[in-house]
Structure formats: structure tokens, C-alpha cells
Write a protein that binds this ligand. Structure first.
Ligand code: SF4
Ligand code: SF4
Length: 104
């Protein structure tokens, strides 16, 4: 593979949603529920590992630097970020049709 992927430091994610619109592959989605014990009131955004192609378009979009690059070793057969067969429950974000969420 020899490319990069991204990960989100959940403690640093305020759930502002800014990064969602920077991902062309809809790989950044909000969790359905805010995990218990979180210091932020809003649920975080997570990387849907199976959709992230490592284009890094989202890097730099996060005001709290919660998004960071993860290097994938050149001899990897699969992304080290794909660790869950089924990811956590996320909410869909409709943004392409009329009256959907606008590009900020
Ligand atoms: S690296 Fe690319 S595909 Fe992955 S979450 Fe960021 S913008 Fe989306
Ligand atoms: S931009 Fe940063 S703080 Fe906002 S939802 Fe995305 S990862 Fe979380």
C-alpha cells in the first residue's frame, strides 16, 4: 500500500462537524450516540475505516487538530486502521441534494 490514512483523537474531537465536508468519500461521519463519560457534550465524528482512501483532503480541516495522519508501511497488505469488521453506529449526512447541509 505505502500510503497514509487518518485517525481522529476522540478526546480532542468536539463534534463540530467541520471535517465532514472535506471528505470526498464520506468517510467522516458522526456517531449516533455520544459515548458515556466524554468531556464534550456533542458526539464525536469518526473515520469509517472501510471508506477512507488516505487522500488526506481532510487534514488541516480540524480546528482542534484531532485529525492526524497515520503512515501505512509500504509492505502492508491492508490498512492498519481497518480493525473492525463492522464499525460503530454512525449517522448518515445528506449533503448533495437540494436543501441538504451546505458546504460551509
Ligand atoms: S483521508 Fe481522504 S478519504 Fe480518508 S477521511 Fe480524510 S478526506 Fe476522507
Ligand atoms: S473538525 Fe475536528 S473537532 Fe470537528 S468534528 Fe472533525 S475531528 Fe472533530
Amino acid at each position: 500500500m505505502g500510503q497514509s490514512m487518518v485517525a481522529i483523537v476522540q478526546d480532542d474531537c468536539t463534534g463540530c462537524d467541520l471535517c465532514i465536508y472535506h471528505c470526498p468519500f464520506e468517510a467522516l461521519l458522526p456517531l449516533q450516540l455520544n459515548p458515556e463519560g466524554r468531556k464534550h457534550n456533542k458526539r464525536p465524528v469518526v473515520v469509517v475505516e472501510q471508506r477512507c482512501v488516505g487522500c488526506l483532503s481532510c487534514i488541516g480541516s480540524c480546528p482542534t487538530d484531532a485529525l492526524h495522519e497515520v503512515a501505512v508501511p509500504p509492505n502492508s497488505q491492508a490498512s492498519p486502521l481497518v480493525i473492525h469488521e463492522k464499525g460503530p453506529a454512525t449517522e448518515p449526512v445528506v449533503r448533495w441534494k437540494k436543501r441538504s447541509t451546505r458546504w460551509p
